[in-house]
Write a protein that binds this ligand. Sequence first.
Ligand code: SF4
Ligand code: SF4
Ligand code: SF4
Length: 567
Amino acid sequence: MIQLTIDQQEIGVPPGTTLLAAARQLGLDIPALCSREGCEPENACMLCLVKRTDSGRLVPACSTLAEEGMRVESETEEVREVRRTGLELLLSDHLGDCAAPCQNTCPAHMDIPRMLGQIAAGKLTEAIATVKQDIAMPAVLGRVCPEVCERACRRAAVDSPAAICQLKRYVADVDLATERPYLPPCAPASGKRVAIVGSGPTGLAAAYHLLQAGHACTVLERTDRPGGSLRDFISLGQLPADVLDAEIALIGQLGATFRLATTVGLDIVVDALWSDYDAILLAVGPLKLAGREILSLAEPGKTQADKAGPGQKKLAGAKPGRTSQPDDRLPVDPHTYQLAMADSAGSRRLFAAGKAVRPYHLAIQSIAAGKEVAERIDCFLRGRPMTGWQRPFSVHIGPMQCDELVPLMTGVPDTARVEPAAGPKMGMNDEEARLEAERCLHCDCGKQEGCLLRKYADALGANPNRFHGERRLLVRQQQPGDVIFEPGKCILCGLCVQIANRAREPLGLTYIGRGFDVRIAAPFDQSVSAGLQRTARACAEACPTGALALRTECGHANACCAGCRGQ
Ligand code: SF4
Ligand code: SF4
Ligand code: SF4
């Protein structure tokens, strides 16, 4: 056995073992995009560099064999910086959208192309689960949202955007009409209790997500009906009251307790809130409408309670003694949504979100804020760092030329946007929804979850715009057969070439061109599908990026439902 040390950890490995294999035995995650068991190292990505401390040289871990007494560093800032720069060079001419523009634009980041693929495939149970992963009240939003995501839809450049909002409403309406509408799974009870002051869109969404995380939620509402500002849409004629009531009832079925006609500081003593709950969320809407509740929490003892509670410190931003002005907002920590005041034990258990904090104009923004603050509160209650949801590393193509949309339209119906025959207030029927969902171009990347380039760019904090390469034209080859090839995402790792060669593909793949113009293609101007008759699946699985993907049951590159993933 050969003895060596990697990051101060000693290990013995048989002769012929690479540094990469030895590091992996130690549980170290060295990025290596072009290395795969059974394939020869190509030294193409050069992300697996490690430092030999004897010579001070950086060497590729995938092709350097372990030597007796070798000492190697793999996790120093110097090594990370070299890897980061290598990744940024790979990304300089990378051409893809990790997530679709519609999803990036949706304030709740709903996976819109997945929902549309599921509707097109008639998988409505999966579709409502996709929607309700991010949006607590889709039947409401499908009626009142001004379609912000549709403004970013790439289909608009072809004719008109996909009718995302109508389709979200369709999925939610179909679900509500069933005997047992969808309820998301909830984690085991955590034993923690959260008081949510305010039952508008932020408070309801926060309860919806906190309940799924296993926390008990009590929603306190000043009026005798929950819904807050969402009820304004009823008077405007945009929202039937029974739709709002049905979606609120589902949050109740999920486990929320509603205490209606309850004003904090008047009907419930502030001290009781502090003593009975592990966290308190102020989702009270604009402060001018919620002065009493804010003041009571800010100064316990002034409005109702006789004895001072643990919340002694005045809330920063609240102005006791006068009605809050319309532009008053509570200053919260922008990352954690916590207010500055702490309880007697020094714990900052008071959170605020929604219009009390930011000048939201759209219900979807308030609902997204409820989801975000719920993630922070969940971290707080579990004693985890309060990072909440972090936007994953993403690359974006930006505006596309008309020609580039042509390959995206392959297999997509060239039909005009479907409007509900019964009128927009009635919504779509099954056939209309299916036809409209099929219009989606599925602009997102088929490897969002498995892409190693994205994974390591995220881990190393790579900046995709540090180096500017020439913007290539988007090409998506969707030839007959199973393979979808996007050369703009290829990092020339060579794994597909090796796998095809080893399987003795009649045609296979090869490198074509020289220098910066080198690319992967099938010989003799044949299609990539023709080159990968036996090994399409193996190559797509081995490809470290979304360059090679397999067409799914729905006909596009993304595994939009369980059926597509072969489950
Ligand atoms: S290949 Fe990876 S980095 Fe590129 S668009 Fe797809 S997921 Fe994003
Ligand atoms: S075509 Fe589909 S995936 Fe692309 S932006 Fe529009 S809805 Fe989203
Ligand atoms: S297409 Fe082939 S060469 Fe390009 S990244 Fe994928 S596996 Fe590597």
